[in-house]
Design a binder for this molecule. Sequence first.
Ligand code: FAD
Length: 285
Amino acid sequence: MRIDRILASQGPVFSCEFFPPKTPQGGEKLLATIEEIKKLGPSFVSVTYGAMGSNRGQVIELVEKIKNDLGVEAMAHLSCTGHTREELAGVLDQLSAVGIENVLALRGDPPKGEVFQPAPGGFAYASDLAAMIRDRGSFCIGGAAYPEVHPDAPDAETDLNHLLTKVRSGANFLITQLFFSNDDYFDFVERARAKGIEVPILPGIMPITDVGQVKRFTAMCGAKMPAELLSALERADGDPEAVLEVGVEHAIGQCRGLLARGAPGVHFYTLNRSPATRRILTALL
Ligand code: FAD
């Protein structure tokens, strides 16, 4: 089912994001993890796309298995990095052929320390990819959104103008970058609505399970961490169970606050670690 239809017809929408593991054994383990998550009734599961499309075969195989074997709605991420238009069209053909209806259209990131350069014959922005997918007519298109502003953007207003272009180019719904303060999400949604962006904006939440890792992610994407959360994590650092407890409690509070104030659901960045997401979902259901 198309995710825009799910968003229009269901109560809060819960979705989980996974990345394709490197080995076949990892792939089997991931499918078992998704079977466990399935018991909690996620609305859809998404699979990330590796830099330069290095894992495109695995992404297609995984979304196909999630949708057709496990019976869970699936979305494939697709990024412009390193691809010509023809290659992107080829991936879309393969997704269509296995019955996938949902694609998250992304620009992708450059290699560490470099500035993004479109591949020769490729696209510079996610909105260009969204327009190409829209013109094919068959997919529901998601796009990424940044409550705390995309790191490459000169300012919030410019970033929002580009987001409007992405929606006008065909994005049917948006998923946000991770954030830890709900006010950042609600301020952003208000600014987006004022700009004329009317599509659903699903908040992206990353359950914290590792202090070093969350510090690296926040440094990369520019998400602010509230001082109390940071100090609770630093007190727990070194004790994985205690870190998990702090991360899960924070995420439960964040999700409850988001849903209470009208967010259409929550998208979980699981990092392929399901216990935290399962605990959070169980607390919310
Ligand atoms: P864009 O929307 O193209 O924006 C990128 C930058 O360009 C922004 O600063 C924007 O303001 C600017 N811009 C946009 N349009 C224009 C224009 N017309 N003129 C000038 N500037 C413009 N990465 C992966 O590699 N694989 C994944 O699977 C993946 N999944 C993700 C899932 C989510 C929910 C999110 C939030 C991010 C994900 N990413 C993934 C990361 C994403 O690829 C990076 O954040 C990337 O830097 C930007 O991608 P985008 O699609 O938002 O790009």
